[in-house]
Structure formats: structure tokens, C-alpha cells
Design a binder for this molecule. Structure first.
Ligand code: ACO
Length: 385
């Protein structure tokens, strides 16, 4: 088959997969998760419900939900090899995303082999990565990891393993809304990575580990920490305009703004802003929320002034930062927590790719030299002694 399409920088607009998992409409600002609008489902469903929905393309009944819970509980405890590795990483003070990527690679070490291992691997990755993040965070602080609590749901247990205290229901709801909102998002860079890896008929651990590597970069999942730091650096509403102008004039990017697909406000920002507002109203620094809203509106106005026609709007990361901070998470855990949610989406995409897709193998346009002729040189290029 001849390829007449030509090179498309960043693969922008190229359709490389078919999916039933999520639909992103960047012009209308719409995100559909397995048929549901994100704003209708994310603030209400449990995370386990969302995982079931993505993995089975329908909502679970009570028994299926209980089974999902018990499968996750079964695999929450880390294998010793993962814990040893996290201890070594903590001694080397490695960033949390690096430790998570390393731990992901050994999460299947004690799994049974064969067909069962395949499915167990899905649950083990989803269940164990939160344990790895929480354990690693505590090790970095010189604290002992907290064992998972089988009575708690996925989101509550993560907060519990981080702090050692049962989390208040408002925080659990806030975290579930966050995890549900970012669980899947079309063919983003990390999801594409997972699909490329699994399309070779590799394994789920490799797909998720590769996706973690792709997510780590600041242009994909690494923006919420810097977005919040920007709000803190601004400090008060009166300083926002001068601060943001200085950044834009210096050619810097404002973290938490702009998106390859969305040319209007990211619908996830809407959901997370509402969740953050609910949280900050009952449990947090309301003034910080108001400051963030002011920074957001100033940034969007100035982006239009400095980058006219680029349609740079608030993306998911801006309110992610505010919500996760309100939940008591340190900035170093923002991207890892995003990864814990997206793991469910990566696994769903990988399964879909295995079931319906082909080996992903695009072409490159050659722009190198031509017609070079090899001749033996009088003086050899490599000297042998
Ligand atoms: N601040 C200032 N200028 C920006 C920003 C921004 N946040 N985003 C894009 N631009 C400008 C670029 O400088 C460029 O300007 P130019 O054409 O004058 O050179 C123009 O807008 C287009 O930028 P691209 O990099 O081509 O746009 P792309 O679609 O590739 O980038 C991206 C999307 C990477 C998200 C970009 O908007 C960005 O860097 N944003 C900041 C980082 C961020 O918030 N990342 C999280 C994204 S959400 C997620 O991954 C879950």
C-alpha cells in the first residue's frame, strides 16, 4: 500500500486507532467516557465502577462491583522485590515517577504464569501501583510504609496508605472525582505508547511501564506541580498580571494552559474546578481557590494577547493541582496520582488493541543525504593498535 499522506508533525490529527473507551471533541470541549459525559459520571461514580465500565463496556451490578473490589484487595500488597527496590530508590532520593516506573516493572514477579497471569496482571498493576507510590513517599520521609486496608475502596485506601489515618469522606469523594475524570483521554501520548508496546504482543507490565515513562514528561503529565507553584509564586491577585506578563514576554509557557486537542476550556477542568470548589468550601483555604480562579482568567486573557489565534485555554492540570493540594497531597505526588488513574485507561486500551488492532508501525520520511559512495581511506577511520 503506498503512503501518499506525507509527514505530519507530531502526528497531529492522524487517526491511529479505533476505540470505544473515550471520545475527545476539542472544538466543543466534550469528553465522553464509554458513552457517558465526564461531567455526568465522574463526580458520582466510584473509581471501581469506572474501571469496570472501561474494562467491560457496561456498568457493574453489586456483585460485580464487590468482585472488582476483592480482586484489587487481593493484589494490593507489594512483592518483596518491589519493596526492596523502593527502599534502594529512596536511599538514592529518586523522583517519585522514577520509583513508580521501577516498581511497575517488578509488579508481576510473583504472578502465576499463563492465561490467568494475564488477567491477574491487570488487577495487580492497578492495585499495586498506589501501594508503591504511598510506600515510596513514606520511605522518602523516613517513615514506615502503611499496609493496605482491605475494608477500604481504592481511593480511600490510597489516602490511608499515604497518611496512616482513615480519610474523611469529602476527601475520598474529591479523589474519586479526580481519578474518574482523568481515567482515560483518547489517544494521548502515554496511551499511544501503551498501545504501541502491546501491539507487538508484548505484555501488560511492559505496556504500563512504557506508558509511565511517556507520562513523566512535563509536556504530558508533569504540569500540575509547576501550575500550583506558579499560583503560590503569584501569592496575591494584584501580582498576577505582572507575573504572567513577565513569563510570556520571556517566551516561557504557562503550565496548566494549552492543549493539542482542546481549543476551548478542557471539560475536565470544569469538573475538577467544581470538585475543588466543593472541597475548599468545607475543608481548605478558600482564599487560595479564589486566587487560582483569578490567575486562570488573567492567564487566558494574556495568552490570547501574546499568542493570538492559538486558542490556549485552561487544561486539566491547572485544577488538578488545586484539587490534589486540597486533598493534602504534596506536589511531588501529583503526576504519580494521575498515573494511578490513567493505569486503568492504559490497560483498557491495551486490551482493546490486542483484541482489535494490528502491529503499529508507521513510516518515516527520509530527509538524509543521498548518493554518498563508500571508499576505503588511506588513513583508517578507526586505528587498531
Ligand atoms: N503557554 C504559552 N504559550 C503556549 C502554551 C502555554 N501553556 N502552550 C502553547 N503555547 C504556544 C507555543 O509557544 C506555540 O507558540 P508559537 O506558535 O508562537 O511558537 C503555540 O502556542 C503552539 O504550541 P505547540 O507546542 O505547537 O502546541 P502543542 O499542541 O504541541 O502543545 C501543549 C500542547 C504541549 C500541552 C502546550 O500547550 C504546553 O506546553 N502547555 C503547557 C504544559 C501543560 O500544561 N501540559 C499539560 C497538558 S494536559 C496533559 O497532558 C494531561
Amino acid at each position: 500500500m503506498s503512503n501518499k499522506q506525507g509527514f505530519i508533525s507530531g502526528l497531529e490529527g492522524v487517526i491511529a486507532a479505533q476505540t470505544r473507551l473515550s471520545h475527545v471533541d476539542g472544538q466543543r470541549g466534550e469528553l465522553i467516557l464509554a458513552g457517558y459525559r465526564v461531567e455526568d459520571i465522574a463526580p458520582h461514580a466510584s473509581f471501581e465502577t469506572m474501571v469496570f465500565l472501561l474494562w467491560h463496556d457496561r456498568l457493574p451490578d453489586a456483585a460485580e462491583l464487590a468482585q472488582m473490589h476483592s480482586q484489587l484487595v487481593r493484589w494490593r500488597v507489594l512483592p518483596t522485590a518491589a519493596l526492596d527496590l523502593l527502599q534502594a530508590a529512596a536511599a538514592a532520593r529518586r523522583p517519585v515517577m522514577d520509583a513508580l516506573r521501577m516498581a511497575a516493572g517488578v509488579c508481576d514477579i510473583d504472578l502465576p504464569c499463563g492465561e490467568e497471569a494475564d488477567r491477574c496482571g491487570d488487577y495487580a498493576l492497578l492495585a499495586r501501583l498506589p501501594t508503591a507510590v504511598a510506600a515510596y513517599w513514606r520511605l522518602l520521609q523516613g517513615m514506615t510504609p502503611v499496609a493496605p486496608d482491605p475494608a477500604l475502596g481504592h481511593a480511600a485506601n490510597y489516602l490511608y496508605m499515604l497518611t496512616g489515618a482513615p480519610p474523611p469522606p469529602a476527601r475520598v469523594r474529591g479523589l474519586e472525582t479526580y481519578l474518574n475524570t482523568v481515567i482515560d483521554h483518547g489517544l494521548n501520548a502515554s496511551t499511544f505508547t501503551a498501545r504501541v508496546i502491546i501491539a507487538t504482543q508484548s505484555d501488560m507490565t511492559s505496556a504500563v511501564t512504557g506508558a509511565l515513562g511517556a507520562l513523566k514528561g512535563p509536556l504530558h503529565g508533569g504540569a500540575p506541580g509547576p501550575a500550583l507553584e506558579m499560583v503560590f509564586a503569584i501569592g496575591e491577585a494584584a501580582h498576577a498580571e505582572a507575573y504572567l506578563r513577565a513569563k510570556l514576554a520571556a517566551g516561557e509557557r504557562l503550565m496548566g494552559f494549552g492543549h493539542r486537542i482542546y481549543k476551548v476550556r478542557d471539560p475536565r477542568a470544569e469538573v475538577l474546578a467544581a470538585a475543588a470548589e466543593a472541597l475548599y468550601t468545607t475543608d481548605g483555604d478558600r482564599a487560595l481557590f479564589e486566587l487560582a480562579k483569578h490567575v486562570e482568567s488573567t492567564a487566558v486573557r494574556l495568552l490570547e494577547e501574546y499568542k493570538p489565534g492559538r486558542a490556549l485555554q485552561t487544561n486539566v492540570e491547572f485544577y488538578t493541582a488545586l484539587l490534589l493540594y486540597g486533598l493534602g497531597l504534596p506536589t511531588a505526588l501529583f503526576t504519580p496520582t494521575f498515573a494511578l488513574a490513567r493505569t486503568a485507561g492504559w490497560i483498557a486500551h491495551a486490551r482493546e488493541q490486542l483484541a482489535t488492532g494490528r502491529l503499529l508501525r508507521p513510516a518515516a520520511e527520509y530527509i538524509g543525504a543521498s548518493g554518498r559512495v563508500w571508499r576505503e581511506r588511506a588513513t583508517p577511520i578507526s586505528s587498531r593498535s
